[in-house]
Design a protein around this ligand. Structure first.
Ligand SMILES: Cc1cc2nc3c(=O)[nH]c(=O)nc-3n(C[C@H](O)[C@H](O)[C@H](O)COP(=O)(O)OP(=O)(O)OC[C@H]3O[C@@H](n4cnc5c(N)ncnc54)[C@H](O)[C@@H]3O)c2cc1C
Length: 432
């Protein structure tokens, strides 16, 4: 199976090959009525559905392919707190908005952990995370120090600490980095098993889940109707959670985000000893630069190594050829290791890197644009969407009042315009 655009079934990812739940929800066939119809079965849509099902709503979830088919079932599995840049909120809306956004950053991580516990979801959750600063880039080390200072000042609830070059060898064996910032609250997990487990929990609570059911059109009105090829769903409220994959189903929110590719390769299992030799701390690692690398061990001790941020709209012909040199730069000792899986997916980037929340015609709500950091934030988005559907718009409106900037030139020019912007950021980084 191709590793990116696999159509109606999962990509050929390591996650698809090792998933515990085979989802086999039916295709919609006929017309339905419900309280809320949710479009998109990634973390945002599944999380919304589960929150609403827990509150007794009659929910229908429509997924074009399989539950977790999009970014949610293909990502690096790095569970990272933080919702968005709190400084932006402070500058624009003052300290109390910034404080609320800060708390939301802690909450989004907690929602994931509580869900896993509550529904006993088997998704290889491990705690521990290290942001790493690259050799020769002093700005990155300064960034980690500033980050720690801010979190200490705000009484961050989980243990954090700077790891100097000597101590770094207890975490990772490479010459690529000079320091790290540890965070015991963050961690890593098998994202497809998480998403599938949450969908199963929602279905057990009565949510009606349909797969291989693409929404082609939304007819807005007092009682909106979403149209698929095999039936329509009429609801009091609609939630759009298609993120980078929604595109033409709702053109009004299409051009405020652009899809960018990110790619992962998975080695063969390294064996306990070799895995421990390279990564003595079995935590998630993440670089600081714009087109960053992120990596971790899987439960069966493969190295899952991800990175790149491809804004051109064209995926690399060979993900392995694009990613392997990056992996070997960090771990030259792995030159003899086989690559068993390669895949990629689209993240949805917004110009200001802030998740977008909004309403369309009063009874359709959306959340999108998590900009590459969405595993935990999309879970909080699900809560915010469920809250606003239930009449509590407090968190939702903090974000809904931010103007969503359109990509210059619309969808056809998104690639080149953004590529230019990325070159600027890379240059800044090199000079930093
Ligand atoms: C390779 C990669 C690595 C990443 N690594 C990390 C990481 O380590 N940590 C992190 O925090 N974030 C990471 N992210 C980002 C994170 O995965 C996303 O932000 C998050 O999963 C977004 O969830 P979502 O539900 O909004 O979108 P998606 O998971 O993309 O789900 C959208 C779903 O909607 C469906 N859909 C779209 N249109 C329609 C329609 N018309 N009808 C019906 N269904 C439709 C799609 O089929 C899809 O399943 C990564 C992303 C990628 C691609």
């Amino acid at each position: 199976m191709h590793g990116i655009d696999s159509g109606r079934e999962h990509t050929g990812s390591y996650y698809a090959a090792s998933r515990k739940l085979q989802s086999d929800y039916p295709q919609l066939d006929g017309n339905l009525d419900c309280d809320v119809v949710v479009v998109g079965g990634g973390f945002t849509g599944v999380s919304t559905t589960l929150f609403l099902a827990e509150r007794g709503y009659d929910v229908v979830l429509l997924e074009a392919s399989r539950i977790g088919w999009g970014a949610s079932g293909r990502n690096g599995g790095q569970l990272i707190d933080g919702f968005t840049d709190t400084d932006k909120f402070r500058r624009k809306f003052g300290e109390s908005a910034a404080e609320m956004v800060w708390q939301m950053g802690v909450e989004c991580r907690d929602i994931v952990v509580q869900r896993i516990e509550k529904y006993a979801i088997d998704c290889d959750l491990k705690f521990g995370y290290l942001d790493v600063a690259a050799r020769g880039r002093p700005a990155e080390l300064r960034g980690l120090q500033a980050h720690l200072e801010e979190r200490t000042r705000r009484d961050f609830p989980y243990e954090m600490g700077l790891v100097g070059e000597d101590e770094l060898r207890e975490w990772i064996r490479t010459d690529a980095y000079v320091a790290g910032l540890s965070n015991a609250g963050n961690g890593h997990l098998h994202p497809l098993n998480l998403c599938a487990g949450e969908a199963r929990a929602a279905a057990d609570l009565g949510a009606r889940v349909f797969e291989q059911t693409r929404v082609n059109r939304i007819c807005h009105g007092a009682q909106p109707v979403v149209e698929t090829g095999h039936g329509n769903v009429s609801a009091k409220k609609v939630v759009l959670a298609g993120n980078a994959y929604l595109r033409d189903a709702e053109p009004r929110i299409r051009d405020t985000i652009f899809p960018a590719g990110s790619y992962i390769i998975a080695t063969e299992p390294l064996g306990e000893e070799r895995a421990h030799e390279l990564l003595p701390a079995d935590v998630a690692f993440c670089e600081q630069c714009v087109a960053l690398n992120y990596f971790r061990l899987s439960a069966d001790k493969r190295l899952l190594f991800g990175g790149m941020c491809n804004y051109s709209g064209r995926h690399p012909r060979s993900i392995r050829a694009a990613m392997l040199p990056r992996l070997l730069k960090v771990f030259p000792a792995l030159a003899d290791v086989a690559i068993d899986y390669e895949w990629g997916g689209n993240i949805a980037i917004s110009i200001n890197r802030c998740p977008q929340f909004g309403r369309i015609e009063g009874n359709t709500y959306y959340a999108q644009g998590f900009s590459g950091h969405g595993l935990a934030p999309s879970h909080l988005a699900g809560k915010m969407l469920a809250d606003v559907v239930c009449g509590d718009a407090e968190q939702f409106d903090v974000f809904a009042r931010i103007r969503h900037l359109s990509i210059p030139g619309g969808k056809w020019f998104a690639g080149p315009a953004v590529a230019l912007g990325m070159s600027y950021f890379r240059l800044k980084e090199m000079l930093g």
